[in-house]
Design a protein around this ligand. Sequence first.
Ligand code: AKB
Length: 316
Amino acid sequence: MKKIMITGACGQIGSELVEKLRRDYGTDNVLATDIRKPAEMTGPFEILDVMDAEKMMQLAQDFEADTLMHMAALLSATAENNPVFAWNLNMGGLMNALETARKLNLQFFTPSSIGAFGPSTEKENTAQDTLQRPTTMYGVNKVAGELLCDYYYTKFGVDTRGVRFPGLISNVTLPGGGTTDYAVEIYYKAITEGHYTSYIAEGTYMDMMYMPDALDAIVDLMEADGDRLVHRNAFNITAMSFEPSQIAAAIKKYIPSFEMNYEVDPARQEIADSWPDSLDCSAAKEEWDFKANYDLDRMTKDMIEKLTLKLKNQAS
Ligand code: AKB
């Protein structure tokens, strides 16, 4: 990767990915694109609606990109509220990005998700290759996306790569419209209000990962020797699996007065119930040495330190 173009650069992953790639590869070698202009951004930026195939191609060509990272997508809860728009954006955007990669011979990354599994998949230690019958529009998009990326590799030789992300937790950009968002919101509320009302029920396990591990995983996979990759586009990766009372207990270690109660949102609970409790990520370990450095306690300590500082600075 020498000249990298990113779609969805203002999103939860995109905003931090741009910063990391600019640190690693040089500011001018990373073109950030999004449908809206960010409040702050130093370095190349262009407005791009991923539905605009022509502009996507033109921007990649003008930038002389050798890599395209397609991050723009609607998350699970938003997609479920607007399935037709989700299909059009998630699949239309992905097709435009894959065609750009094919025509310009770009290395390609796009994320899949734990949402690519459904209620008939085994819940624990979910295998890399297993039954995928998701019951959400987001899941349907993710499975179709995984297959499309495989297709572009086998049919056209595009160097497509991807992971199935779990819920991602970060202290920089808030996620929007996901089912796992509670695991980010809880830290903000713990610091600002000392209290959080969880929309996910006690006992609901989902895989999670701290953003620094997610960013390292993207770069490690993109830099991995292609000859070692058997799966390419949909590697299970995870760092931890927990349910709401466990994250609350981890926060209580650092904020002893923190309290949590529950007001379950049936729509997001149904999505969470259809997803795995924990993933088996042995294929990612074997094929490109995936590892995660943050467990729940280490992440919680870092989140509370960094967020406290950030919220204090914002207030002053
Ligand atoms: C969501 O909750 O929709 C995402 C995901 C797990 O893909 N965070």
